[in-house]
Design a protein around this ligand. Sequence first.
Ligand SMILES: C[S@@+](CC[C@H](N)C(=O)[O-])C[C@H]1O[C@@H](n2cnc3c(N)ncnc32)[C@H](O)[C@@H]1O
Length: 402
Amino acid sequence: MVKYSTVKKKLKIEVDRATDNGLAHLTHYFQNNQNGVSQHYKEPASSYLTSLADELSLVEEPQMQLFLPMKFDVPFPPPTEYDFTFIDLFAGIGGFRIPMQENKGKCVFTSEYNFHAQRSYELNFGEVPFGDITKLNLDIVPPHDVLTAGFPCQPFSISGKMKGFEDTRGTLIYNVFQIIEMRQPKVVFLENVKHLIHHDGGKTLSIIIKDLENLGYIVSWKLLNASNFGVAQNRERIIIIGHKEKKFDFSKLKTKPKPVLKDILETEGNFEYLNEPYTIIEDHKVQESGLIFIGYRNKKIRVAGVRPGTENLSRVHKQPNRIYSTEGLHPALPSQESSGRFWIYHEGKVRKLTINECYRIMGFPDKFKKISNTAELYRQIGNSVCVPMIREITKQIKQQLL
Ligand SMILES: C[S@@+](CC[C@H](N)C(=O)[O-])C[C@H]1O[C@@H](n2cnc3c(N)ncnc32)[C@H](O)[C@@H]1O
């Protein structure tokens, strides 16, 4: 068997050498060479390989068969036997893919257009995602059992008469609906931020549900908190699940007691300590969410526009000024900032989480390989999903719907 790492070296497979999804076709072909899906990628994969022959000054045209069967020496290789197939849209760094594969799901298509996320994905799964979903000819998406997507939330302009999903044209969920209409997966598994519930006065969510129903799905949704699935983070996300015949029953999900942050911390490392004055609140309380707001940075007290008697509190309005105790949970890791982490109070000192700790409180296994760009790593993990929560939902999807 040829190792993926050897083929990588030979072909100098690097994401920045991907042209027109050539590397995506090739790696998707490699990952599916033993199932019917391979036919889907064969032709473009083969032409890409031929184009590499010139580039790499190879005397003979490389044949794909030379590389097969392949051993994927990556942290999360495709399962050798599988019970169902799935596609990974807006794939990020593969927060869906890890638990889907653990549950014997075989990924047959993935799309993600961010270069750094594509690099992380390839490093961990041995497959390069296809790029911008809005620019793809969606015929390349093979039939599949489960469609997963943590899609970016965008406003829709409602034309008045709701005519199928045409109303969502120009948004990313429109492309998801197109794939659903074309391939009719058994299960649709969507994830989004809590804000989707209130977005545009609730219209965005109700349109998504209505469109899925019009596409023939029975839909159920629920706001779930990762802290109920063994993760030391207060992270609420909306999960939407559709199936052709059955309604997904969220009450069957098995929850766990909330863990605490101190249990997953690294004992040594290059910690980033707070080196400016701060205040610790003596009579702090555990909030209902499990967060313990224990102190704040001594920033300037605001007076203008602040109610008399609450001047001290004005410094804690800004999240980056707050300090949370490691005896409780960590607030949701933000996706927008590259390094604007929260402060944590642990064993008498105030510091930020390390990058490894961030990946842990998202439930990523320690074997997950990280690219060298730290700012990107923080951004990617804040954008991702909590793996243990997706794992439990996937188990239930398998039991109830597949
Ligand atoms: C909320 S994140 C999803 C993260 C993912 N669930 C994970 O586990 O890491 C949304 C992702 O969609 C990607 N994205 C946004 N627009 C896209 C497009 N037009 N085509 C492909 N990917 C896109 C972004 O780069 C981002 O990584």
